[in-house]
Design a protein around this ligand. Structure first.
Ligand code: HEC
Length: 163
């Protein structure tokens, strides 16, 4: 075996590693396509029937979540579960320059969870049905806590509640 043979695997590993680094900030094609579809949908929510606190939280959401992309992106997103929103609000909050405080993040999270329980209820029911019973009741408890806190009826008549 000559020296070149020994060197090659190392070089190949390095190239793969660098490609991974370059891609990390970038999104794969499927994600890009999904996001483009969200961006092209409606960019406002009719919150006139929502509890007052949730209407106020919508103002915070509108201001903070439209700084880097259109508000239509989160509005038309297929995230609906409290866990999905908690993860994403954190992810967005930690992006450089997001300028979102802890209490604003909490308001935004509550708006997104409440709004998903009304406007995206069918998708929410569908996703809840895929969870194991323990996760499902944990997610429903988080939704009901927010709905209950602001005077909306609980449970939100989930097809799956009562389990
Ligand atoms: C500092 C810039 C910035 C701010 C502020 C921001 N976003 Fe984003 N958002 C991005 C970028 C960049 C992406 C592209 C995907 C990624 O990095 O997750 C994105 C993507 C998204 C997606 C699509 C993710 C997917 O894969 O489907 C959602 C939903 C979203 N943002 C919601 C929000 C919400 C809710 C807020 C307000 C709490 C917010 N964004 C505020 C930069 C931002």
């Amino acid at each position: 075996m000559n020296k070149k043979c020994l060197f090659l695997p190392g070089a190949a590993a390095l190239v793969l590693f660098m490609a991974g680094v370059a891609r990390a900030g970038d999104l794969d094609a499927a994600t890009k396509a999904r996001i483009a579809q969200f961006d092209s949908g409606p960019s406002t929510v009719d919150v006139s029937q929502y509890p007052q606190h949730i209407q106020d939280a919508y103002q915070v959401f509108s201001e903070k979540c439209s700084q880097c992309h259109k508000l239509s992106r989160p509005i038309n997103s297929d995230f609906v579960l409290p866990d999905e929103w908690a993860r994403y609000v954190k992810r967005m909050m930690y992006k450089p320059g997001s300028n979102i405080s802890g209490s604003e993040a909490k308001d935004i999270y509550e708006f997104l969870v409440y709004d998903s329980s009304v406007r995206k209820k069918a998708l929410l029911d569908q996703k809840l049905a895929t969870l194991d019973p323990k996760q499902k009741s944990a997610e429903i408890a988080k939704i009901d806590a927010i709905r209950g806190k602001y005077g909306a009826p609980t449970p939100a008549n989930f097809a799956s509640s009562g389990n």
